[in-house]
Design a protein around this ligand. Structure first.
Ligand code: NDP
Ligand code: MG
Length: 307
């Protein structure tokens, strides 16, 4: 059994010629910890840690949310004793993510992605020798040929398509029942963001993007650590007939502004209607899909650039 710890971010002051902002000071300190193993070991003595077991963080359940307690360096205990001692349980991040506060969700997502990457990069792909992690965990090095491996994220585009008055939402069979989201897809190697958006929309719903606009991005821990890049896109008003790719999607449809605005105000409904169907609902607030949809509801006709 293995227990892993993810170090949280701590602030430290430097002597400088001019006063640096807190953000710059903190950023430089974190950068120093990545490069200086001794400084990092020292920081760990007073650092605060989140605990993980098999990629599941230790959480405490309160009424409607999970709390992620932080700990100082602990003696290594077995999982059951650890849960009893710390009054929590190791819970899958997928289950808990939307019931955490924003700061804990972000730090736990980063920590889990990093732990998963380390677990999958134990050996050098050139020499086959075991790689060695630096103290901060920001890279792994092959001792025999000195190749450095850095943690990777996969770029994923997520696009909310609009025809000017309606927006297009879709669902995969793996989504929770009744939930619809914007179109998402992994970027192919060599593609620009714009090309990935155009290709994914064409592949999944058979439509041609006319214009697009970048909105925001988000780290997403699933399946292996992705950078979600969110965009708004429009299609020509006369060319809106959906030709759904059945290998990727279970359903795709145009939704009116009213339908989407109403769904945004509702929480995840876990009940089934009398006709056996599940009510239409949208991804929770923490997901970038939610933010993208909210932006469209607030400003459906925002100016969008040619693709
Ligand atoms: N944060 C948010 O708001 C949202 C996040 N997402 C995330 O976006 C991601 C991508 O969406 P999805 O529609 O599934 O993607 P795609 O539409 O690209 O389809 C997924 C399929 O693409 C193939 N694929 C190609 N490249 C990769 C890669 N690098 N890693 C894994 N699979 C790859 C796999 O097929 P095969 O297995 O056949 O090889 C996979 O099943 C998902 O992981 C999802 O969690 C999605 C919606 C909202
Ligand atoms: Mg997809």
């Amino acid at each position: 059994m293995s227990l892993y710890c993810g170090i949280t971010r701590r602030r430290k002051s430097f002597w400088c010629c001019r006063l640096l902002s807190t953000y710059v000071t903190k950023t430089r300190y974190l950068s120093e910890l990545k490069e200086d193993d001794d400084a990092c070991k020292k920081a760990q003595q007073t650092g605060a840690f989140y605990l993980f077991h098999n990629l599941a963080p230790l959480l405490q359940k309160s009424e409607h949310q999970y709390l992620a307690p932080q700990h100082s360096l602990l003696a290594s205990l077995q999982k059951p004793e650890m849960e009893t001692e710390l009054k929590g349980s190791f819970i899958g991040l997928r289950k808990a993510l939307f019931q955490l506060n924003v700061k804990d969700a972000s730090l736990l997502s980063t920590a889990q992605a990093l732990l998963r990457w380390h677990d999958a990069h134990q050996f050098c792909s050139r020499s086959g020798q075991p790689t060695k992690k630096n103290v901060a965990g920001s890279k792994r090095v092959c001792p025999s040929n000195k190749i450095i491996y850095y943690p990777q994220m996969t770029p994923v585009v997520i696009t909310l398509v609009s025809d000017g008055t309606r927006c297009l939402l879709a669902r995969q069979s793996s989504f929770p029942k009744g939930m619809y989201s914007a179109l998402a897809g992994f970027c192919d190697i060599g593609e620009s963001l714009e090309e990935a958006v155009r290709r994914e929309v064409a592949e999944e719903v058979g439509l041609e993007v006319e214009r697009l606009q970048y909105s925001a991005s988000q780290h997403w821990p699933f399946p292996n650590g992705a950078l979600m890049i969110a965009c708004h896109a429009t299609v020509k008003p006369g060319q809106t007939e959906i030709q759904m790719n059945l290998r990727e999607l279970e359903a795709a449809a145009w939704f009116s502004h009213d339908e989407v605005a109403t769904a945004l105000r509702k929480d995840n409904p876990s009940y089934q209607q009398q006709n056996g169907a599940f009510p239409f609902w949208l991804p929770p607030k923490l997901a970038i899909a939610h933010q993208l949809i909210k932006e469209w509801v607030e400003k459906p006709t925002c100016s969008i650039l040619p693709a």
